[in-house]
Design a protein around this ligand. Sequence first.
Ligand SMILES: Cc1cc2nc3c(=O)[nH]c(=O)nc-3n(C[C@H](O)[C@H](O)[C@H](O)COP(=O)(O)O)c2cc1C
Length: 216
Amino acid sequence: MKPNADLASIRRDYIQPEFDIKNAKEDPFEQFSDWFDEIAHISPEECNCMTLATASPEGVPHARVVLLKGIEDYKFIFYTNTQSDKGNEIEKNPRVCLNFYWWELSRQVRIDGIAERVSDEQATSYFQSRPRESQIGAWASPQSSPIGSRQVLEERVKQLEEKFKGQDVIPKPKQWGGYAISPMSLEFWQGRPSRLHDRLIYFLDDKQWKVRRLAP
Ligand SMILES: Cc1cc2nc3c(=O)[nH]c(=O)nc-3n(C[C@H](O)[C@H](O)[C@H](O)COP(=O)(O)O)c2cc1C
């Protein structure tokens, strides 16, 4: 079976202006902020979606979408269940890759980096800012583990709603936390006409960010 759509004929012309070293920021985090502000203005919903790739110690890759929830101290932060597949992989192998695709501006940003756990205080503070239903959901879901049915999950939610009834503050489950990713390189890709795209990669050289152009 395959989709009815004619996959080979799907293509798009990129019409965005040039992105060159001469108009790129020296600091890749400033460059990221500029691009992020532009996309957040055009498409505020879920422009913070990023694909997070992790790899098992044997080098088997796994990728999934998570939400960027902050940039602090030059680190990109997301939250999850630390006992999930991704959490287990990061504990054994902290090298990760993040990928943002912003189709409205024909842009991609790829970040290679190292993940570390954020403090429990920081995770708690973010957890407390989430809607109550999401907090209960975090308690209810043993993320990445097989479950018998959706009903099992819904039953757990009911039990937890009962358990926390009348309680204003729902505590953070201990297996819920955040990761902060320190970039080792950041690549900015701008789609351009005739597939001659602009790619600038920032990398650390003796603790200084350098930038160079890559062939598309
Ligand atoms: C738009 C979108 C946003 C998501 N955001 C998160 C997130 O911030 N944290 C998270 O743990 N999972 C998030 N997920 C679910 C993950 O993609 C994934 O299914 C889940 O974390 C389990 O991944 P794992 O089994 O590889 O650990 C999101 C999924 C989508 C489609």
